[in-house]
Design a protein around this ligand. Sequence first.
Ligand SMILES: NC(=O)c1ccc[n+]([C@@H]2O[C@H](COP(=O)([O-])OP(=O)(O)OC[C@H]3O[C@@H](n4cnc5c(N)ncnc54)[C@H](OP(=O)(O)O)[C@@H]3O)[C@@H](O)[C@H]2O)c1
Length: 162
Amino acid sequence: MIALIWAQDEAGLIGANGQLPWHLSADLKRFKALTSHHTVVMGRKTFAGFKRPLPQRQNIVLSHQELSLPAGVQQFHSLAELWALAAAKPDELIFVIGGAAVFAAVLPRADVLYRTLINHRFEGDTWMPAIDYDQWQLTAEQTVTADEQTPFSFSFADYQRR
Ligand SMILES: NC(=O)c1ccc[n+]([C@@H]2O[C@H](COP(=O)([O-])OP(=O)(O)OC[C@H]3O[C@@H](n4cnc5c(N)ncnc54)[C@H](OP(=O)(O)O)[C@@H]3O)[C@@H](O)[C@H]2O)c1
């Protein structure tokens, strides 16, 4: 099964200058808890924004180029390799972790969504593709209110394809 996991602001913004537009530790914790010990698949530009591969996860980077990657990091040259992996491991949740180009390409074949929605507007340059939520069943939701550390509320929502 293929899951998309991302955080967006109210306008669907997900990136700024190759990085996340915000620092939200509660979201990073949730991301780590959900994706650890799973396979994570990402676009070349998202991987370039990391200092190192994500620990305790099989990192797979999508690119049409021949990349020189750190030991242990795998490359997929096309989405066909992702579909083949998902077909070979139907009981495993494979996390597609961005960015926008990869989310747009994988969305039609995704089974599960893990969305963080930040109730704020940030500056940036990369947006989540439009999602028709009529096609998705909300299975869990949690709202976190603003406090001194985080001056905006945010919510975690999980969806399964209807
Ligand atoms: N808020 C969030 O949850 C979140 C999550 C992830 C990323 N982001 C942000 O999103 C931004 C990056 O997103 P992006 O859309 O610019 O780039 P991206 O999706 O990370 O990477 C795009 C690259 O991935 C490769 N790629 C994409 N589709 C492919 C396919 N079907 N087959 C082979 N290779 C493929 C291509 O690499 P080549 O050009 O090498 O062929 C393409 O240029 C950053 O700002 C990042 O911080 C935010």
